[in-house]
Design a protein around this ligand. Structure first.
Ligand code: ZN
Ligand code: ZN
Length: 412
């Protein structure tokens, strides 16, 4: 077997055994672009190898998604058929593992009516409520990972031929997911998760009251944190105590902001691919948590649509720390894919907060989570804010100011 095939099989095995920790007798749902079928098959085989009950597929396709948004009857965007609600909600309620193979042309929905996109986001957010609620609160193991497709690779490596671009993106992905050819990726991941966890413990011990971000792009933002916030990283745990890694790769340590405690200006450091379009130079003005102005040099209509999905979409749900000097950033590549770009940069998200980011949050009702200051929304959109000159200063409850980030990297 050649090297590439060995690495592909190792990757599939890593996703099933470390990403999802698939248990004997558990169902696995895989969402995959049709172009990635060969890799979805390897993942299914790896799952059956560990005793998976059944692998169920949810295929999708950029071309068909675009055709639908451009040409389907308008009423389609306000409805989710019953069978689709059952598919996602029933498997989520059963605790099935969920693997999303994330690969798309970053601009496959360019020029589509933003109103159709927002309506379809709203309606699917409501119809698939159980699925999203359980996903956000670690109710079932889930993992998002990527493999190259031609349209995406061509965007990352515009000066290369199609085949060279695919090869280069594969190499960058293998590197980021720590598949080096030594067959030891599971061990590399255990070590990596332990090192993220040590840093997380340090931040949890400090219990910051607020964080103040500044850089030369014009970011000057204060973020208050809930009293009982928790930093999280890498590993999550289902109610049955099974560990899973929701993003592969993952380099971040994250928590939730206090819903009404964010004030100032924040500027994005990298372009954002959202809903099949590219948004550049995002600049948000925020007052008491609410985004009161949203500017962008490109895709401003898409950005404004994204924050108008519901009221919670105008508030922040995540604060994540990633050093500038990190493996994905050091690759020097802009991936035009949020899974990769967010793990190369400090980021924030507008929309839903993760209940695991406060003490006991995963067992709280929606009302309790609201009372603890966690934001609620049908959406959750990460955008990158980390630059080489980013400073973050933390203020503790007894008024001490400590450097958290200096010159883009951890100072703790
Ligand atoms: Zn994040
Ligand atoms: Zn996020």
């Amino acid at each position: 077997m050649d090297m590439k095939n060995e690495k592909l099989q190792e990757y599939a095995k890593l996703l099933i055994e470390v990403g999802l920790h698939v248990q004997k007798g558990q169902t696995l749902v895989i969402s995959s672009p049709v172009e990635c079928a060969y890799f979805a098959r390897l993942c299914a085989t790896a799952a059956y190898d560990v005793g998976c009950r059944e692998v169920v597929m949810n295929w999708h396709d950029d071309y068909l998604a675009r055709e639908k948004f451009l040409r389907a009857e308008d009423a389609v965007f306000d409805q989710v058929p019953q069978w689709r609600q059952h598919f996602f909600n029933d498997y989520a309620n059963q605790g099935a593992a969920y693997l999303a193979i994330d690969a798309e042309d970053p601009e496959h929905l360019k020029g589509v009516d933003p109103d159709r996109r927002v309506r379809s986001l709203r309606v699917s957010g409501k119809a698939l409520k159980d699925f999203y609620r359980l996903q956000m609160s670690s109710g079932f193991p889930w993992c998002i990972a990527s493999i190259p497709i031609h349209s995406w690779a061509g965007r990352v490596f515009p000066s290369l031929t199609e085949e060279q671009a695919m090869e280069s993106l594969w190499n960058a992905i293998f590197k980021a997911v720590r598949i080096t050819g030594d067959g030891q990726s599971v061990r590399h991941w255990q070590e990596h998760l332990e090192s993220l966890s040590r840093r997380k413990e340090k931040l949890n011990a400090l219990r910051f009251k607020s964080l103040h971000y500044t850089n030369s792009l014009g970011t000057d933002l204060t973020i208050a944190l809930p009293d009982d916030h928790l930093w999280a990283a890498g590993n999550s745990e289902t109610p049955a105590g099974v560990g899973f890694v929701a993003n592969l790769p993952t380099e971040e340590i994250f928590t939730a902001p206090l819903r009404t405690g964010v004030n100032g200006t924040v500027c994005a450091a990298l372009p954002l691919v959202n809903n099949g379009s590219i948004i550049e130079d995002i600049r948000f003005t925020v007052r008491e948590g609410r985004i009161v102005e949203a500017k962008a040099s490109r895709g401003e209509d898409v950005l404004n649509a994204a924050i108008s999905v519901d009221d919670g979409a105008r508030y922040f749900g995540e604060v994540a720390l990633v050093p500038y000097d990190s493996p994905i950033r050091n690759s020097g590549l802009l991936f035009y894919n949020t899974l990769y770009d967010e793990n190369a940069s400090c980021h924030l998200a507008f929309g839903e907060a993760y209940p695991e980011c406060i003490v006991g949050g995963e067992r709280m009702t929606r009302e309790e989570l609201n009372a603890h200051g966690l934001n609620h929304s049908l959406t959750h959109v990460d955008f990158m804010v980390g630059t080489a000159d980013l400073s973050i200063t933390g203020t503790t409850h007894d008024g001490r100011e400590l450097p958290v980030f200096r010159s883009g990297n951890f100072a703790l």
